[in-house]
Design a protein around this ligand. Structure first.
Ligand SMILES: Cc1cc2nc3c(=O)[nH]c(=O)nc-3n(C[C@H](O)[C@H](O)[C@H](O)COP(=O)(O)O)c2cc1C
Length: 247
């Protein structure tokens, strides 16, 4: 078992220390080594270390504090721009102005991101994903000058950790692993699978702080609300249209 994987915790506080170029190069090379669709490498990685640019990106990530602390932000984008240019120059018909192309390129970008995260940990760096990249892709496109065919799908803060938080819990493996075919969950299964999480002191505290009856309500009513999902879905759909992946 790889300790880089099993000791992973998201790091949200960073030392004021730049990442040496040779270390960052290895992190980026690890990302590039990842499997990718047809070896087309239909993604790009934007490395942002300049303070003014990080500040410009912060609102797109809802001003999460770690953005100003981390020396670098990596933004992973689904990217058919370069590939399209190559096709155009080589008399090849471009066929990727559709949703399958976006999802395919997104999968590649995310696999590359996770390779970068594991390599980062190997160098003693900490990372935290910024899911907010998908909430405000339009703002990120504007700050990072992303051309048509390019959409940010995830981002990470990366730097030397200034904290060592405890490992977070995980559901038992029966929650996510199905052998041979999918076995749907009975009420009893759900109760068993979520019981440990629901019994944790931090979960109980979470419910109390948010004035809710159940942990699930903290997710649906506070953290990941339907109204937010609907609002940001609209922005994402408009962005995919503007960037040429949806008509
Ligand atoms: C796609 C994705 C988006 C995430 N977005 C955020 C984020 O915007 N802010 C944040 O503080 N953590 C974010 N996280 C970190 C998760 O909250 C974290 O991985 C999860 O709580 C498990 O904790 P661990 O990574 O320490 O094991 C994100 C993680 C993923 C995979």
């Amino acid at each position: 078992m790889l300790k880089e994987i099993f000791e992973h915790r998201s790091i949200r506080k960073y030392l004021d220390k730049a990442i040496p170029k040779e270390v960052m190069d290895e992190v980026l090379q690890a990302a590039i080594r990842a499997s990718n669709t047809g070896n087309m490498q239909i993604y790009s990685i934007i490395v942002t270390s300049e303070k003014s640019l990080k500040q410009a990106l912060a609102p797109a990530h809802f001003n999460q504090a770690m953005l100003s602390e981390a020396p670098t932000i990596l933004t992973f984008c689904a990217d058919f721009n370069r590939f399209q240019k190559w096709c155009d120059l080589r008399n090849a018909n471009y066929a990727y102005d559709n949703i399958l192309a976006f999802i395919t390129a997104s999968v590649d970008a995310i696999i590359a991101a996770q390779n970068a995260c594991v390599e980062a940990r190997h160098h003693g760096l900490g990372i935290c994903y910024l899911g907010t990249a998908l909430y405000n892709p339009d703002k990120i496109i504007s700050v990072l000058n992303l051309p048509k065919g390019v959409v940010p799908v995830t981002a990470i803060t990366i730097g030397y950790p200034a904290e060592n938080p405890p490992l977070t819990d995980r559901l038992p493996s029966e929650a996510v692993v199905h052998y041979e075919t999918y076995k749907d969950f009975s009420e009893e299964d759900i109760n068993r699978i979520y019981s440990e999480k629901e019994e944790r002191e931090d979960s109980k505290q979470f419910i109390k702080e948010n004035n809710k009856e159940t942990l699930a309500q903290v997710f649906t009513d506070i953290r990941y609300k339907k109204s937010d999902f609907e609002h940001f879905s609209k922005i994402l759909i408009d962005t995919l249209k503007n960037q040429g992946f949806l008509k």
